[in-house]
Design a protein around this ligand. Structure first.
Ligand SMILES: Cc1cc2nc3c(=O)[nH]c(=O)nc-3n(C[C@H](O)[C@H](O)[C@H](O)COP(=O)(O)OP(=O)(O)OC[C@H]3O[C@@H](n4cnc5c(N)ncnc54)[C@H](O)[C@@H]3O)c2cc1C
Length: 509
C-alpha cells in the first residue's frame, strides 16, 4: 500500500526563521549608531546567534510543563531544606547569561549591554530575565550605597561570575497586604550589633534561587520615635553548610506567566541582614536603584516581545495560504502586521530614549531636567508599552490561527502570558500613572518644555492636555490621573517614533 505524503509541511515556514537576531535588526543598528557610535559591537555580534540558537532552544525546553520549577521542602533525612529545583535547561541558561555573557551588571557600553538584554528578552522570561533585572538593581544599589563587607562581597561575586559559578540577586518588597503601598510594609528589621534581623512575610519573591536578596523592612528611626521602611541586603545562605539564612520558602506561586521563573512566598524569622544606605531613605533608594532597572527591563521586554511577534507572524503570513493567496496579501492581515512593526519600532525607540536620559541623569554634567524627564517618562512608558505588547501579542497569535494558541508551535502564547506579568510586576498601570502625575506636579514641570525636550519640536496637541491633567491634580477636589492615563499612549508612542526618526535621519515632525 502506498502512503500519501501530507500536502502541507511547515518546513518552508521553519526555514524562514532567522538564526541571528542581531544581524537581522536594522533598526537596532541605527539606534546603536546614533547613541553608541564608538562602542565595540563584538559582544553583540557573538550574541545574535546565541540568543536565536542556543538560548532559544533552552527557553523552549524550560517552558515544557514537566520542567516547571519545584520546591522540595525536606531532604532524605527529613531536614527542612526548601530546595528550589530548576531544570537543567534553566541552569544552563543562567550560566550563559551570567557566567559567559556577564549580563548581571552593566559592563562596557550601557547601550550595548541593554541591546544584549533586548535580544535575550525575545525568548521571553525563560527563567533568566527576572534574574538579570534584579541583579542589575542589586549591583546598582550596592555600588552606590554599599559600605559593609557583605555589600562588597555581593558585588564582587556578581562581577566575577563564571559559567560554573555565577551569583545573582532578587528583590522582595511585596507583602500580603499590598505591593504598591510599600510604606505599609510590616516585615521588621531589628538591629543586632552591626547588622539587623529580618522578621515577617514576603508574598511574591521571584528568582528565589538567587544568592543575595534585597529586602524592604520596617525599622526604627535613629531617634527611636517612629519607624520607616528601609532597604536591606540579605544573603540567601549562611554558615559553612550553606543553610538558609533564617527564612522558609513556604510555597511556589502557580502563575499565569513567567512560569519558568520560581516565585515564592517566604517567611523571614531572624535572617541576618545589612542596611543598604540610611534606613530612613529606604523608599527613595528602592525606587532609584532597584525598581528603576526592573521597570526599564519591562520596557525592553515589550520591545523584544513585539520584535519576536513581528518576525513569527510575518513569516507565517507569507507562508500560509488561504483561498489561494498568502494571507499576508489580505489587507486585514497586512494591517495587523504593520501595527505590530510600528509598535515594536516605537517601543525600541522609546527604550533608547529612556536609556539616553538615564545615562544623562547619572552623569556628572547632568542638567536639572534629565533625572525628572527620565523618571516621568519611565513611569508612563512601562504601563503603556507592556499593555500594548500584550494586546499585539494577542493579535500576532490570531494571525497564526489555531496554531497561534498551540503552546509548542510558537513561543507567542508564552510571550503573551509573560507580557501580562510585565504589566503588573514592578508597578501596575494605575500606580505608575499616579506616580508620573505626582512627579509632574511636585517638580513643577513645564508641560510645553517637557514635551519639546522629548519630541524635539513643540507639540501643543500633546502639551496642552498634559498641562490640563496637571491642572486637574492641583484643583481642589480634582484628580488628573484619568486624563494622564488617557494621554500617556499618545505621548509615549510619539517619543518612540521621534527617537526612531532621529536615528533614521527623518526631520522632527
Ligand atoms: C509573577 C509575579 C512576580 C512577582 N515578583 C515579585 C518579586 O520578586 N518581588 C516583589 O517584591 N514583588 C513581586 N511581585 C509583586 C508585584 O510587584 C505586585 O503584584 C505589584 O507591585 C502590585 O502589588 P499588589 O499585587 O499587591 O497589588 P495592589 O498594590 O494591591 O494593587 C491592586 C490594584 O490597585 C491599584 N492601585 C493601587 N494603588 C492605587 C492608587 N494609588 N491609585 C489607583 N489604583 C491603585 C493597582 O493599580 C492594582 O490594579 C510579583 C508579581 C507577579 C505577578
Amino acid at each position: 500500500m502506498t502512503r500519501t505524503t501530507p500536502r502541507l509541511r511547515f518546513d518552508a515556514f521553519l526555514a524562514t526563521h532567522s538564526d541571528d537576531w542581531y544581524v537581522d535588526d536594522p533598526l537596532l543598528h541605527r539606534l546603536l549608531d546614533r547613541h553608541a557610535p564608538d562602542a565595540d559591537r563584538a559582544r553583540l555580534v557573538a550574541w545574535g546567534p546565541t540568543v536565536a540558537g542556543r538560548l532559544r532552544a533552552l527557553a523552549e525546553e524550560s517552558a515544557c510543563p514537566e520542567n516547571a520549577p519545584r520546591l522540595r521542602h525536606r531532604d532524605a533525612h527529613d531536614r527542612r531544606v526548601d530546595e528550589v529545583v530548576l531544570p537543567a535547561s534553566t541552569l544552563e541558561a543562567l550560566s550563559v547569561v551570567h557566567g559567559e555573557a556577564g549580563l548581571g551588571a552593566v559592563r562596557g557600553d550601557p547601550f550595548v549591554h541593554y541591546a544584549m538584554t533586548y535580544l535575550l528578552a525575545q525568548n521571553g522570561e525563560a527563567g533568566v530575565a527576572c534574574s538579570l533585572a534584579c541583579t542589575d538593581g542589586l549591583v546598582r544599589a550596592l555600588d552606590a550605597l554599599g559600605d559593609a563587607g557583605p555589600h562588597r562581597t555581593a558585588v564582587r561575586q556578581v562581577r566575577e561570575s563564571l559559567p560554573d559559578g555565577y551569583v545573582h540577586g532578587a528583590q522582595f518588597v511585596t507583602e500580603i497586604q499590598g505591593g504598591s503601598d510599600v510604606p505599609a510594609n510590616e516585615a521588621r528589621a531589628v538591629p543586632d550589633g552591626d547588622r539587623y534581623r529580618i522578621h515577617g512575610q514576603k508574598w511574591f519573591c521571584s528568582n528565589i534561587a538567587a544568592d543575595w536578596f534585597l529586602v524592604t523592612a520596617r525599622s526604627r528611626t535613629a531617634t527611636g520615635d517612629g519607624t520607616h521602611v528601609g532597604l536591606f541586603l540579605v544573603p540567601a545562605y549562611r554558615g559553612p553548610g550553606r543553610e538558609r539564612n533564617g527564612y522558609t520558602i513556604d510555597r511556589l506561586k502557580d502563575k499565569l506567566g513567567t512560569r519558568e521563573l520560581a516565585t515564592a512566598e517566604v517567611m523571614f524569622d531572624g535572617a541576618e541582614a545589612w542596611a543598604v544606605g540610611p534606613t530612613e531613605r529606604g523608599l527613595a533608594h528602592l525606587l532609584r536603584y532597584v525598581l528603576t532597572p526592573s521597570r526599564f527591563a519591562c520596557v525592553l521586554f515589550a520591545a523584544a516581545a513585539l520584535r519576536r511577534a513581528e518576525r513569527i507572524a510575518g513569516e507565517y503570513a507569507r507562508f500560509r495560504e488561504a483561498f489561494g493567496r498568502p494571507i499576508a496579501e489580505y489587507p486585514l492581515v497586512s494591517r495587523t502586521l504593520e501595527q505590530i512593526a510600528t509598535a515594536r519600532a516605537a517601543a525600541l525607540g522609546c527604550a533608547f530614549e529612556l536609556l539616553r536620559l538615564w545615562e544623562a541623569a547619572e552623569s556628572p554634567d547632568r542638567q536639572d531636567h534629565h533625572a525628572t524627564d527620565f523618571r516621568i517618562l519611565l513611569s508612563l512608558a512601562k504601563p503603556v508599552l507592556t499593555r500594548q505588547a500584550t494586546a499585539l501579542l494577542h493579535e500576532a497569535m490570531s494571525i497564526l490561527g489555531g496554531n497561534g494558541i498551540e503552546e509548542r508551535f510558537s513561543p507567542l502564547p508564552r510571550l503573551y502570558r509573560d507580557s501580562a506579568i510585565m504589566e503588573i510586576w514592578e508597578g501596575p498601570h494605575n500606580v505608575l500613572f499616579t506616580q508620573a502625575l505626582n512627579d509632574l506636579c511636585r517638580f513643577q514641570v513645564d508641560a510645553e518644555a517637557f514635551v519639546e525636550r522629548l519630541l524635539g519640536s513643540p507639540r501643543p496637541e500633546i502639551a496642552g492636555p498634559l498641562a490640563a491633567a496637571m491642572d486637574g491634580r492641583t484643583r481642589p477636589g480634582g484628580d488628573g490621573t484619568v486624563a494622564l492615563a488617557g494621554l500617556a499612549p499618545t505621548l509615549v508612542r510619539a517619543v518612540g517614533q521621534a527617537a526612531v526618526d532621529r536615528a533614521s535621519g527623518v526631520p522632527a515632525r
